[in-house]
Design a protein around this ligand. Structure first.
Ligand code: BES
Ligand code: MN
Ligand code: ZN
Length: 505
């Protein structure tokens, strides 16, 4: 799919677009006669006043995400799609993405080859609007047919023209160049997360990382079980103990050509399956979903692919994944075991299902030895976070206000909502153990907060650190907006945005 930006104003574009499908956005209630008047005028001029009658007749209310398709046999454009934008005073980047996705899906259903997208930008800068529209089109049309024996080739548009953006064409084209890298990263994350646990094994994650390194010139290193033993990673190794598959501790490094003034690490939870261990997940606890428990590492490897392709200047980025399975067997860790992490801290396992934090503990200790300016971890860590924030918003915990603000901003610009949660020190009481330095599990209330506090114990005290709990956002059963049903690839866009803006703290 190719994206192109045509330097015309919206009215002229609607009046003259010659491709075979045209998507035009309409507000439900216009603020003033600005955009809507031009759009109406151009629509009437081109398609006649009958068009407005038809909309009336079909009771088109221009609700956000709603669309209506008008086929015109023998005419150009052959397909006209009107997309509802909602009220103009609520128009923003998220609504623009939603409208782009709705228009794209309607165009595919109509078999459009060359697609023109005429959506208003309002106050949104043209580059940001162009990038958001292009990402929305590509990501909403993504289909995963790897596991179907007979795949239906999706009928994607060959070319997508962004119409009426205004702004500086050079700047817009630069923003569009990033779209392929970012979307390829999101798609990789989606494919890794959606792949079943008998395919996406720790070895598969390592192979994927190795391929990224080869394709984009990153450095690839993998630590085997024995290497992890030598480093004293007792927490990570405790989790993998019950699995027949060998663990893989994956470390990719991106070093920019011209040297770097900042160095950061992105750490992802990489449980390729989480049975719960001896605290086995029971019916209703979504055990069949637990292939998605490597969503954090999917996002980290997706970001590695995107950053490798984009080659941002000035920031060295380490991508770290301690990957394994959490299984039951005669060799699995027992509830009650005491493990020693690579920083020497001892952990009493009062629940084998709180395994993600154990793998992240050793991964964070390893990352902190790299002389970093910041570390960010992502994990499908707690059901509690899903309960707290639902499926659209990820939880953000950070020891640094600057890093938190930068990530919130990156999430906002890239359409991945984050909400900052508290690292309340007194809640650490819940992790007190009478026999070891700490337990791995606190009480049920505030479960996502105690999980974050647990991780904090494995991060160097003065290093800016942030933790994203993506348990709610990594998967969407029904799909929404730019996300088809299934794995979302949540986190890739935020991470890439943050790194490409200089990884601010
Ligand atoms: N991978 C799960 C988190 C999870 C559970 C995500 C359900 C989405 C849906 C994690 O390893 C886990 O099992 N967490 C436990 C922690 C508890 C034992 C303290 C949880 O959230 O129930
Ligand atoms: Mn678990
Ligand atoms: Zn888990």
């Amino acid at each position: 799919m190719q994206f192109r930006c045509l330097p015309q104003d919206l009215g002229n574009a609607i009046a003259s677009w010659e491709g075979d499908g045209l998507v035009v956005g309409l507000f439900a209630e216009a603020k003033a006669l600005g955009h809507q008047a031009t759009t109406h005028q151009a629509l009437v001029q081109r398609f006649g006043p009958e068009l407005l009658e038809r909309l009336e007749q079909r009771r088109f209310k221009a609700k956000p995400g709603a669309s209506i398709c008008i086929e015109r046999l023998g005419a150009k454009p052959q397909t006209l799609i009107l997309v509802g934008l909602g009220n103009e005073d609520q128009w923003d980047l998220d609504r623009l993405r939603q409208a782009g996705a709705a228009g794209a899906k309607a165009a595919v259903a109509a078999g459009v080859g060359q697609l023109g997208l005429a959506l208003p930008t309002g106050e949104i800068p043209a580059e940001a609007a162009g990038q958001a529209m292009a990402e929305a089109v590509r990501l909403s049309l993504f289909q995963d047919q790897r596991f179907k024996s007979e795949s239906e080739a999706p009928n994607l548009p060959s070319e997508v023209c962004l119409l009426g953006l205004g702004g500086d064409l050079k700047e817009i084209n630069r923003a569009l160049e990033a779209v392929d890298a970012i979307c390829s990263g999101v798609e990789l994350a989606r494919e890794l997360v959606a792949a079943p646990p008998n395919v996406a094994t720790p070895q598969h994650l390592a192979d994927t990382a190795s391929q990224i390194a080869q394709d984009f010139g990153l450095q690839y290193q993998v630590l085997e079980r024995a290497d992890c033993q030598a480093l004293g990673m007792g927490a990570f190794l405790g989790v993998t103990q019950g699995s027949d598959l060998p663990p893989k501790f994956i470390h990719l490094t991106y070093r920019p050509q011209g040297g770097s003034s900042r160095r950061v690490a992105l750490v992802g939870k990489g449980l390729t399956f989480d049975s719960g261990g001896y605290n086995l997940k029971t019916a209703g606890s979504q055990i069949e979903m637990m292939k998605f428990d490597m969503g954090g590492s999917g996002a980290v490897l997706g970001a590695a692919r995107a950053i490798g392709q984009l080659q941002p200047e000035g920031v060295e980025v380490h991508f770290i994944v301690a990957s394994c399975e959490n299984m039951v067997s005669g060799g699995a860790m027992h509830p009650g075991d005491i493990l020693t992490a690579s920083n020497g801290k001892t952990i009493e396992i009062n629940n084998t299902d709180a395994e993600g934090r154990l793998t992240l503990a050793d991964a964070l200790v390893y990352a902190c030895k790299l002389d970093l300016d910041a570390v960010v971890d992502l994990a499908t860590l707690t059901g509690a976070c899903l309960i707290a924030l639902g499926e659209e918003i990820a939880g953000l915990w950070s020891s640094s206000d600057g890093l938190a603000a930068a990530l919130l901003g990156a999430g906002d610009s890239s359409g991945e909502p984050l909400w900052r949660m508290p690292l309340r020190p007194s809640y650490k009481q819940g992790l007190k153990s009478s026999i070891a330095d700490m337990k791995n599990t606190g009480p049920r209330p505030g479960g996502s907060i105690t999980a974050a506090l647990f991780l904090q114990d494995f991060v160097s005290p003065n290093l800016p650190w942030a933790h994203l709990d993506i348990a709610g956002t990594a998967w969407s059963d029904k799909g929404r907006g730019m996300d088809p049903a299934g794995a979302t690839g949540f986190g890739v866009r935020t991470l890439v945005h943050w790194v490409c803006q200089g990884a601010a703290t």
